[in-house]
Every structure is written in structure tokens, then in C-alpha cells.
Design a protein around this ligand. Structure first.
Ligand code: NAD
Length: 431
């Protein structure tokens, strides 16, 4: 099939290269010229394992990039994969997505055959009905169901394993409100992927499809917050929350995924999706108490980590290492990372922060230009009175003698990644 993908960030780029890998002809569209140039040069605009190799294979043959939304007209299907960040009040800032929808509408104006527009971005049902559909209708002169069809196909990939997740999804959710043609076309698009693995396709309504994404993220975020809450209680009782969680996870009603307690969740999705769900629920008069509690517990964890550090050392005027800045290992993304409140808390205490991340130093330097960024964890630890471990990069498990170069070897581990225990003051957040 001929496919256009509007937005070449984490989701759009992954989608573009993977659809090319599945055998489709793909044009990636982005407003950012640098992103487009990078893609056409075969360079990934984001860091994702496996992305470079797929780009190298397909750029110039089945994949190209452009800043021109007009390219949409030569394709059968257009995915919208533009960012949907949060407004101050937690609601979604859908302006970028609406602008993209308008551009797509303009491009298909006068097109003879029915164009399939698929929303990949995470967006609430009302935003689709009240803003996305009208934007396409206004710009195209066509109407929903006549001239174009809109489908919702939420994305569940995780940064750091985006390619693998896309290629081996647990399920594909297709939300449509037409006579079934749109779902058929999308099923055909994904056929090379589903045939190989017998991936279930969930066909549902558009509003349900968009809510499945929010509900999944709210559930996962709440699961982590619940194990963090339990972990905090365990710590108070001198109990190792990881031993507790291991046995809990053997209960198939609970499951072992997302039971690693620590300094909390972040990223580009959980914080903004829980915020949007809470904000939109409140506008109906409903108070989503569980999801609010999940956010509150998450907000507390970084300060809890710093309080453990305070318990061992006064950091005022002292050098403190922050190990890990990305919101999770395997990515350079710092959106929603717990490293931000940890660094803020250290700066409030008057500490000299020295930070290390294998991928995210540059991104964090834009937020905190005065922090000292170093190229190795060893350089971060040297002379520090304390270290806060925020991201579970595997290399932190290997640190051993590096702790001996600290002024006082106090290590507060927010991810249970450091393996050394002897000869240092080691404090686990929930163990
Ligand atoms: P991103 O910020 O990484 O990328 C968005 C891209 O869209 C940018 O490159 C930007 O330049 C481009 N863009 C903005 N306006 C545009 C326009 N009018 N036309 C063309 N391009 C435009 O965002 P992301 O992380 O890829 O997320 C995209 C959507 O997918 C969001 O709704 C997000 O919630 C959802 N999602 C993200 C993830 C994830 O792990 N990042 C996972 C699942 C779903």
C-alpha cells in the first residue's frame, strides 16, 4: 500500500520504517526540516535500537521524507502521529494534531477516491469528534464517511524497544464508525505482521479505541504506583519489596510485569495521559480518585529518594552525582523523567550536581545548563559525597571500584540496579 505518516517523532519514525519493512511504500512528513533531511540521509532523528539498520535498508527505496503535506494525495492511507502534549491544566494540547489534520484535509481536497486517515496519536474521544474531524472536513470540503474515513489506531510501543514492540504487538486496536471498509483496509495493511504471529485485531468504535489507550496507560501507571506505595511500606518495615513482588507476580491475577518498585514513572505518555484523563473526567463532574492517587504517589518518590540521601549526608555546597537522566534505559528521551525533580531537589539543597547519562546529557543540559555533565559514571562519582541512581542503565550494575573514588560513598538507588553493597553506604528506595 502507499502510506503517508504525518509526524516523524518516536511513533511516526518507528511506524514509517516498520511499514516499509512490512513491504509498503511510505512517505514520512514532518514540519521540521532537519528531521526530514536526517531521514532522507538515512539518519534516525531519535534514538531507538534497530532503527538505523531499518532506515539504511529502506530510505531511497520504500521510504522517503518530505516537509510537504501535499504528498498525502498520492497515498491510500495517512497516519497522524503528531505529538499531543499537555497544557498547564493537564488537558491535551491538540493544536499540532489539529493543524496536521487540516493540512491532510487540504491535501485530499478534490481527491477522487475515499482517503483513509488514521489517528495514531493519543487523543481523547471528544477531541476527535470536536476538533480532528471538523478540521479535516473544513479543509477538504469532504465529510466524515464521504471523501474520507477516519479511523483510530492507538500505538502501544515503548520507547527503547519501539521497533520490537511495533513488530510484535500484543494486539492491534482498530476503531472505526463506518461500514467496516476502513477496518478491512487497516487489517490488510497490517497483514504481513499479523499473519506471522497470529496477532489479535480488536475491532471497536472510534471512541472506544481512543479510550483503550488512555485506560491502558492509566492502569499501567497505577500498577507501578501501587507497587511503589507497597514498596514504601515495605521499606518502613525493613522488608525487601523485590522479594515480596517476585512472589506476588507469580499470581496470574497480578502478573510479574511492572512490579519493579522505585523512583517512579515518567516518559512522554504516562504523565500526560493520566493528566488528560483526570482533567477530562473532572469536566464531567467525576473525580477519578485512583488515577489521582497514582500521580500523587509518583510525585512523592523523587523527594523520598532525596530524604534517604539527607539521612546520610548534608549535600549543601557538596558535589552529588546523578546517574541516569533519560526516563528509562535505551532512550534519549527526558520527557517526564524523574531525574528532573531529583536535580531540582538537589539544587534546592545547594548541592553541586554532576550528571551522567549515556544518551540524554545534551537534552538535560537544555533544561539545567548549570549542572556539570560528564561522559562517564566514574567521572560523575569522583569526589561526590553522594550518588542518586535514577535510570536503570545496565552499565550501572557494573560500577564497582568507581564508588571508592567518592568523597563519601553514599549511594541511594532508585532502581535496584547497583550490585555493589560492601564498603559503601547503600540505600535502596524500597528495599
Ligand atoms: P514526538 O514529539 O516525538 O514527535 C512528533 C513529531 O510531529 C515531531 O517530529 C514534530 O515536528 C511533528 N509535527 C508536529 N506538527 C506537525 C505537523 N502539523 N505536520 C507534520 N509533523 C508535525 O511525539 P511522539 O512521542 O512520537 O508521540 C506522537 C503521539 O503518539 C502522541 O500523541 C503520543 O502520546 C503518542 N504515543 C507516543 C508513544 C511514545 O512512546 N513516544 C507511545 C505511544 C503513543
Amino acid at each position: 500500500m502507499h502510506v503517508s505518516v504525518v509526524g516523524s517523532g518516536y511513533v511516526g519514525t518507528t511506524l514509517s520504517v516498520c511499514l516499509a519493512e512490512l513491504g509498503h511504500d511510505v512517505v514520512a512528513i514532518d514540519v521540521d526540516e532537519e528531521t526530514v533531511t536526517q531521514l532522507n540521509d538515512g539518519e534516525a532523528p531519535i534514538h531507538e535500537p534497530g532503527l538505523d539498520a531499518l532506515l539504511e535498508t529502506h530510505v531511497g527505496s520504500r521510504l522517503r521524507a518530505t516537509t510537504e503535506h501535499a504528498a498525502v494525495v498520492d497515498t491510500d492511507v495517512t497516519f497522524l502521529a503528531v505529538g499531543t502534549p499537555s497544557n498547564e491544566d493537564g488537558s491535551i494540547d491538540a493544536n499540532g494534531l489539529v493543524a496536521a489534520a487540516r493540512d491532510v484535509g487540504g491535501a485530499i481536497e478534490g481527491k477522487d477516491d475515499d482517503h483513509l486517515v488514521v489517528v495514531k496519536s493519543t487523543v481523547l474521544p471528544d477531541v476527535i469528534d470536536e476538533r480532528i474531524v471538523p478540521a479535516i472536513e473544513d479543509a477538504s470540503g469532504a465529510s466524515d464517511g464521504e471523501g474520507f474515513t477516519l479511523a483510530i489506531n492507538p500505538e502501544f510501543l515503548r520507547e527503547g524497544t519501539a521497533i520490537d514492540d511495533f513488530m510484535a504487538p500484543d494486539r492491534i486496536v482498530i476503531g472505526t464508525d463506518d461500514d467496516g471498509t476502513a477496518a478491512e483496509r487497516l487489517t490488510e495493511l497490517y497483514e504481513p505482521l499479523t499473519a506471522e504471529r497470529a496477532t489479535p485485531i480488536v475491532e471497536t468504535g472510534r471512541r472506544e479505541a481512543s479510550m483503550i489507550k488512555y485506560a491502558s496507560n492509566a492502569f499501567l501507571a497505577s500498577k507501578v504506583s501501587l507497587i511503589n506505595d507497597i514498596g514504601n511500606v515495605c521499606k518502613e518495615f525493613g522488608v525487601d519489596a523485590y522479594e515480596v513482588a517476585e512472589a506476588m507476580g507469580m499470581d496470574e491475577r497480578i502478573g510479574s510485569a511492572f512490579l519493579r518498585s522505585g523512583v517512579g514513572w515518567g516518559g512522554s505518555c504516562f504523565p500526560k495521559d493520566t493528566a488528560a484523563l483526570i482533567q477530562s473526567a473532572r469536566t464531567t463532574g467525576y473525580d477519578p480518585a485512583m488515577i489521582e492517587a497514582a500521580v500523587e504517589i509518583n510525585d512523592r518518590q523523587p523527594e523520598r529518594l532525596l530524604e534517604f540521601l539527607d539521612g546520610h549526608v548534608d549535600v549543601t555546597g557538596e558535589r552529588v552525582a546523578v546517574l541516569g537522566l533519560a526516563f528509562k534505559p535505551g532512550t534519549d528521551d527526558i520527557r517526564g523523567t524523574r531525574a528532573v525533580p531529583v536535580i531540582e531537589g538537589l539544587l534546592e539543597r545547594g548541592a553541586d550536581v554532576v550528571a551522567y547519562d549515556p544518551l540524554a546529557n545534551d537534552a538535560m543540559a537544555e533544561l539545567f545548563p548549570d549542572v556539570d555533565y560528564v561522559d562517564t559514571p566514574e567521572a560523575a562519582l569522583e569526589g561526590a559525597v553522594g550518588a542518586c541512581v535514577v535510570t536503570d542503565w545496565p552499565e550501572f550494575a557494573e560500577l564497582d571500584a568507581a564508588f571508592d573514588a567518592m568523597a563519601t560513598p553514599v549511594v541511594v538507588d532508585g532502581r535496584r540496579i547497583v550490585s555493589r553493597r560492601d564498603g559503601i553506604v547503600y540505600e535502596g528506595l524500597t528495599w
